[in-house]
Design a protein around this ligand. Structure first.
Ligand code: LAC
Length: 221
């Protein structure tokens, strides 16, 4: 059994589309397109900042990517921009998250987040999901001074648990993030919630799951 189960946060434990989803009636039929553009641009901005060695915060990039998404769909009702940004601080956790984290802890594993989110954003998300007691560590890329998938980010987890990369099972719904963990030497588990086609054949995931529940069966055996 792995020493620690380390999780990506956004998209893996928290539904990034639940922010726009909460306001779908106000935004109208474009809410889904707005949310997809917001997420895609948010991630792209982190990669470009990592590649150019210029660090900023995930919160600032959330604002810039939302502004791009709003401009792309035309406009949204007045006042909604701030509401969407507030909602991003308290995204809904996927339903199996508390059960899986508590089961892994009961089986003797350690658990943590390893996320691109700012520490303040992660603290708010953990508090609103009520899962703080189920985590041994909440690790932000801020401690590495660079965004994923730079190897220094994955090294924060092995440093925290004083273990080898192979002793960590790293779960991410972002296929590119699982690829990064594979390169670092972790056992990467791609949580393919939406049945997306596989990518990155040179950096394969060790396991592909539809959600987090099968991790419990593994930890109990
Ligand atoms: C994270 C982003 C990649 O939580 O979803 O690190």
């Amino acid at each position: 059994m792995p020493t620690a189960y380390v999780f990506d946060a956004y998209g893996t434990l928290f539904d990034v589309h639940s922010a726009a989803g909460r306001y779908r009636d106000t935004i109208g039929p474009d809410w889904d397109r707005l949310s997809q553009i917001w997420r895609t641009k948010h991630l792209e901005y982190t990669w470009i900042h990592a590649q150019t060695g210029s660090m900023t915060t995930f919160r600032i990039l959330a604002e810039r990517s939302l502004d791009y998404a709003i401009a792309s769909v035309g406009s949204i009702p007045k006042g909604l921009r701030e509401k969407l940004l507030d909602a991003y601080m308290t995204l809904f956790a996927y339903p199996e998250v508390p059960e899986v984290l508590s089961g892994l802890k009961a089986a003797g594993a350690q658990t943590a987040f390893l996320s691109t989110g700012d520490p303040e954003m992660l603290d708010a998300a953990v508090a609103s999901a009520g899962i703080g007691d189920l985590l041994d560590a909440v690790i932000s890329v801020r401690d590495a001074g660079i965004f994923k998938p730079d190897m220094r980010v994955y090294a924060l987890a092995t440093g925290r648990f004083s273990c080898a990369p192979a002793d960590i099972s790293f779960q991410s719904s972002n296929r590119w993030d699982a690829a990064g963990a594979t390169v670092f030497g972790m056992r990467s588990v791609w949580i393919n919630r939406f049945g997306m086609p596989d990518e990155y054949p040179d950096q394969p995931a060790a396991r592909v799951l539809k959600d987090l529940r099968p991790l419990l069966e593994e930890a109990r055996t």
